[in-house]
Design a protein around this ligand. Structure first.
Ligand code: HEC
Length: 171
């Protein structure tokens, strides 16, 4: 009796053949579809998927460092004041190391701003005996870049200085 209640849904040999065939055919079809998907054979619009866009892929997998060929005879790009500040001046002027006037601190910048931009710039280019190294210790900086950094720093404390024109003399 038990046997009859648990009858298989395969009742005829034809059904058995169909089931056996399907159990072979279906996985094969699935594998073919996956293979096509991976190799890009299926109709998926590649450019609409940013993850697959070939330019972006190339961008992602390119070597970390790329060599920029620079013509040494050409004057290099002059850095902006904030960039100079971050690269060279921040070490001392962010925290006020060795009594360097802190960026944005109006109390310490006030008297220096009163002295004027020219005086501040001269002290920055030549350095001072009280701990400000000439050009912040980075003599690769042009006078223009130093001037831009001084303007940037002064203005953080409300100086309202203007950047000198780009054609100012260098070094
Ligand atoms: C090694 C630390 C250090 C670095 C780096 C540094 N400074 Fe200074 N800076 C000082 C100190 C200390 C003073 C205060 C010196 C003084 O009062 O004479 C100062 C003062 C100044 C002043 C005020 C000058 C004045 O006339 O009172 C300016 C402007 C200035 N720095 C700009 C810069 C710029 C721009 C850079 C980056 C290019 C820079 N500093 C990098 C330590 C530094």
């Amino acid at each position: 009796m038990e046997q009859h209640e648990h009858t298989s849904f395969i009742k005829t040999w034809q059904q058995l053949v169909v089931v056996v065939l399907l159990s072979f055919v279906v996985p094969v079809i699935v594998i073919i579809m996956i293979a096509k998907l991976v190799t890009g054979g299926l109709e998926i619009n590649q450019t609409s998927n940013p993850a697959l866009d070939s330019k972006l892929v190339a961008e992602r997998i390119k070597p970390v460092a790329s060599v920029a060929v620079v013509d040494a005879s050409k004057p290099r790009e002059q850095l902006a004041g904030e960039a100079v500040y971050k690269a060279t001046c921040m070490v001392c002027h962010a925290a006020g190391v060795a009594n360097a006037p802190k960026l944005g601190d109006k109390a310490t910048w006030g008297p220096r701003i009163k002295e004027g931009f020219a005086a501040a710039l001269a002290n920055t280019i030549k350095g001072t005996s009280r701990g400000m190294p000439a050009k912040g210790g980075n003599t690769d900086l042009s006078d223009l870049e130093v001037a831009r950094a001084v303007v940037y720093m002064g203005n953080q404390a409300g100086a309202g200085w203007k950047e000198p024109a780009a054609e100012a003399k260098k070094q």
